[in-house]
Design a protein around this ligand. Structure first.
Ligand SMILES: [Zn+2]
Length: 423
């Protein structure tokens, strides 16, 4: 097994200085920059120490939230406007309805390109052809930065963009003889479901998002006989946070550029290694818009023990869900990943959504499942949803044609007994 390429890369970036000592010096630089140039942090850090003597001291600093950014993103910016190369606007369902804006300088983007090139070396060799199913038309977009990172490492990137027509995407996969695919879990799943045995299968796949259902990884690996790697990264992280190594045990993190903590979501206090909590990160090398103790809402933990790949870098367990991702129906509460793991193994299922209506114990649940064809397993979808709930019964199931080559099935779950009477 090869050691993660992040290991030698981080050693080089830190000039052989002990990683924690290097992080501490970068952290102090970041705090000084944020305090002097960001109106938000100037206020946020009032009364807190100027210089930290250990990484542990960071726990006194307050958490930064998505809401803080939404309220006034410009108050985070630490460089003159002219130095901002790219602004990413994230439309989220925040309480204020304001979008989040994240600002990057050219140097900030350079850090991402560098990480992408190194991270992709985990799953590609030089000259291999990498088909990128990520937005890439705009200069500085995620697909564009990935293309540059791959080119620098001698790989052959093929920018594609988001999949709108899966049949077209499959044609390109075949005509380009792609060795590796990069994209979001459900997009890549939609290709695997339609892929024909006679065509070339990719050898590796990188799934890029904050949370990857294990059920989707299983489908891809069994369809293509490929290896699936997870990448953990959000725009706030500068698009890259960490990537799995060949041991597939969890992510090794971009520790020269970022400091990750796992904290108690209630108190913001770090939890001991090995315990679950919420992922919080601090940027160490970004200048446009540094973020200090930014809360992700993702649930994970640092794994104890050494990684079989041989690195001494920390390993973060794969994200298994978000703190906010709960579905409550009556007195039953489920996590969204429960739906993922129950539904994605079903043959022909491409994607689904879950909506709860009603309140105060009188909720009903609507699951809309996008299926490959008409013949596909309606009963299996119903059974999978029913199996998740103990006291609910499906009262209605219907389907309607959706986009070309797929079908939408709607399953409504309500308070009914097995005999169909209201409980
Ligand atoms: Zn490893």
């Amino acid at each position: 097994m090869n050691i993660t390429p992040l290991d030698p890369w981080i050693k080089e970036k830190t000039n052989g200085v002990d990683l924690r000592a290097w992080q501490l010096s970068k952290l102090n630089e970041t705090l000084a920059l944020a305090r002097s140039k960001s109106a938000f942090y100037k206020k946020h850090f009032e009364g807190l120490p100027e210089t930290l003597t250990s990484l542990d001291d960071l726990r006194q600093f307050p958490i930064t939230t998505a809401e803080d950014i939404r309220q006034n993103p410009l108050r985070f910016v630490c460089v003159p406007q002219g130095e901002i190369q790219r602004i990413v606007t994230l439309q989220t369902s925040g309480t204020t309805g304001e979008p989040k804006r994240i600002f990057f300088t050219a140097e900030d983007q350079e850090l991402t390109i560098d990480f992408f090139g190194v991270g992709m070396s985990v799953l590609t060799e030089p000259d291999k052809r990498v088909l990128i199913f990520l937005p890439g038309e705009t200069p500085g977009s995620v697909g564009d930065l990935l293309r540059m990172g791959l080119e620098r490492k001698g790989r052959k990137p093929i920018p594609y963009g988001m999949v709108k027509d899966p049949f077209h995407a499959l044609d390109v996969m075949e005509s380009q003889q792609a060795d590796c695919l990069v994209g979001s879990p459900t997009q890549i799943l939609s290709l695997a479901r339609r892929w024909k045995q006679k065509n070339k299968a990719p050898r590796t796949v990188l799934l890029s998002t904050d949370y990857v259902p294990a059920a989707i990884v299983n489908v891809l690996e069994s369809t293509w006989g490929c290896k699936v790697f997870n990448h953990y990264g959000t725009t706030e992280m500068g698009l890259g946070g960490g990537v799995e190594c060949e041991a597939h045990r969890g992510y090794h993190l971009r520790e020269a550029d970022m400091l990750f903590e796992i904290v108690n979501p209630e108190t913001g206090e770090p939890v001991p290694d090995g315990e679950y909590g919420e992922v919080v990160f601090t940027t160490l090398t970004r200048r446009g818009m540094p973020l200090v103790r930014y809360r992700m809402g993702d649930r994970s933990r640092f794994l104890l023990g050494d990684c079989p790949c041989g690195t001494k870098l920390r390993t973060m367990e794969k994200i298994r869900g978000r703190f906010s991702g709960f579905v409550r129906v009556g007195n039953e509460t489920l996590k969204l990943p429960d739906f993922d793991e129950a539904l994605f193994p079903i043959q022909g299922l491409l994607n689904f959504s879950v909506t709860v209506s009603g309140s105060g114990g009188d909720e009903s649940l609507l699951v809309e499942a996008k299926m490959l064809t008409d013949e596909d397993s309606t009963r299996e979808v119903e059974q999978a949803i029913e199996s998740l709930f103990q006291k609910r019964k499906i009262i209605k199931c219907y389907h309607s044609p959706n986009e070309v080559g797929s079908l939408l099935k709607r399953v409504i779950l309500d308070k009914r007994g097995n005999d169909g009477k209201s409980l």
